[in-house]
Design a protein around this ligand. Structure first.
Ligand code: SF4
Length: 499
């Protein structure tokens, strides 16, 4: 039984971070490593703040955790120091809590009763508790391979090794199917590998989980484009002939560009992923990044997760200055940003650890022109103050200038972190006869099956660019659908339904 007054005795405390100067000198995670006793003591205190609400909004599928994480249960187990059972209950709904504990912006915390109650001291630190349970579980040997004891004799191909594909693969392997994950890159993990910087999640965290999947029997093939024609690729015909079901977990990596702004063609103006991928590759030992911020005046356009990833990366590369631009006004508080309706402040306009590390944020501005030098390289950006409105006729977001005045700021590396437009074009979709929706995603029926029979979809490829927690939730759900498709019924969980 939880202590219903715990939140009156203890204040919310974030996980301690390493000093800025120290963390800018390396690529390790920003949070300070604590010794085991101190870590467990601090987090038990935080878990004590949970009231075990009769209606726990934190794990509701609409406002809280899409995975339906059993948050009050594991909060109480942590409060009592039962880390083993807490791990069991956490892994009952989440294949990869060490990913969500590090990367998810925690809709559960925004939905926590203590977050929406004035003067309650803020939400329970759910994300911190989740990450700590996961890390303690790994440290204590509680996370073990769970291979299936049965074999269905059915074969499933998963295309894409991001969180959605991995979650689907693990669920189906454990259900007794023979699962092969195909990844076109040279290493596994998708965005977890080459999109997320080390300082948010070290790749060792990903690798130890991949090893668990391997030991359970999931097979992996890297450097293979399904539907491609290069040596080592897998043709659509081979895919269809060799597998009883296919899951498309190919992500939504087509970056939104800014083609209409004059000067976009200048050298030095890049999509965010053109900066983040080689930076991550450099951390993997693949050699220096060709798009390096060292000594440069960097301007990041976009104030969301990806913009913050570019910010932290640019500082660690030794940028001379970093300015981050946003069309939205500066919210008076994080709380206002999360509660105000679109389009005043989007919920993504939040602060990240990278914002503590330096740089300037400019709000309510839009780029008018990229200015080049005599060599065709960007050297400055012209800005104008703007307001974001909703067009009453179309309901669409419009950006309205509020001043004639032009501000010019230096820029010799510009990074466009303004979102993603959907699934990249790939021969696989043509070969399967699948067309993208107007949103650039892959549609499916209520059973997650696309217009191609026996081909299913999950994650960003279906939903559009979203949170890691939604990717895992969709991966788990599509696994149930595929299991039922192959065997006629399924006992696997399905935390979400297709949107
Ligand atoms: Fe605990 Fe907050 Fe969930 Fe209530 S809503 S059960 S206080 S985490």
């Amino acid at each position: 039984m939880a202590d219903p007054t715990g939140f009156l005795k203890h204040t919310r405390a974030e996980a301690p971070k390493r000093p800025v100067a120290e963390r800018l000198g390396d690529w390790h995670e920003v949070y300070a490593p604590l010794d085991a006793a101190e870590r467990e003591s601090q987090v038990r205190t935080q878990a004590t703040r949970c009231m075990d609400c009769g209606i726990p909004f934190c794990h509701s599928g609409t406002a809280g955790c899409p995975l339906g994480n059993l948050i009050p249960e594991w909060n109480d187990l942590v409060r009592r120091g039962d880390w083993w059972q807490a791990s069991e209950r956490l892994h009952a709904t989440n294949n990869f809590p060490e990913f969500t504990g590090r990367l998810c912006p925690a809709p559960c915390e925004a939905a926590c009763v203590l977050a929406i109650t004035p003067d309650a001291g803020g939400a329970v630190a759910i994300k911190r508790v989740e990450q700590t349970i996961a890390d303690v579980s790994w440290d204590n040997g509680a996370v073990k391979p769970r291979p299936s004891t049965v074999s269905s004799g059915r074969k499933v191909a998963v295309v894409g090794s991001g969180p959605a594909g991995l979650a689907a693969a693990q669920q189906l392997t454990r259900a007794g199917h023979t699962v092969t994950v195909y990844e076109r890159d040279d290493r596994l993990g998708g965005l977890l590998r080459y999109g997320i910087p080390e300082f948010k999640m070290e790749k060792a965290v990903l690798d130890r989980r991949l090893n668990q999947l391997r030991e359970e029997g999931t097979k992996f093939v890297t450097g293979c484009e399904v539907g491609g024609t290069k040596p080592g690729d897998l043709s659509v015909e081979q895919l269809r002939a060799n597998y009883d079901a296919v899951i498309l977990a190919v992500g939504a990596l087509r970056g939104r560009d800014d083609r209409e702004t004059p000067g976009r063609e200048l050298a030095g103006v890049h999509l965010a992923m053109e900066h983040l991928v080689p930076a991550n590759r450099a951390c993997e030992g693949d050699g220096p990044s060709p798009i390096d911020a060292a000594g440069k005046h960097v301007v990041i356009i976009g104030g969301g997760d990806t913009g913050a990833d570019c910010l932290g990366t640019a500082h660690r590369q030794g940028a001379a200055s970093v300015v981050q631009l946003d069309q939205y006004p500066q919210p008076p508080s994080q709380r206002d940003a999360e509660r105000s309706p679109w389009p005043v402040w989007p919920w993504i306009l939040r602060s990240y650890p990278a914002h503590e590390e330096g740089g300037e944020r400019k709000f309510a501005v839009a780029v008018q022109r990229f200015v080049g030098d005599e060599n065709g390289h960007v050297k400055a950006i012209e800005l104008r103050r703007v307001r974001v409105e909703k067009d009453p006729a179309t309901g669409r977001r419009v950006v309205v200038p509020t001043s004639e005045e032009i501000e010019t700021i230096p820029a010799d590396l510009v990074l466009l972190a303004i979102g993603f437009e959907g699934v990249e074009h790939m021969p696989l979709l043509d070969g399967l006869g699948i067309e993208l929706t107007r949103r650039g995603t892959i549609s499916c029926g209520s059973d997650w099956q696309t217009e191609a029979p026996g081909v299913f979809v999950c994650g960003d490829a279906h939903r559009g660019a979203s949170l890691v927690v939604w990717a895992i939730a969709e991966g788990r759900s599509v696994a149930r659908a595929v299991d039922a498709f192959l065997t006629g019924s399924s006992d696997l969980p399905a935390p979400v339904i297709p949107n």
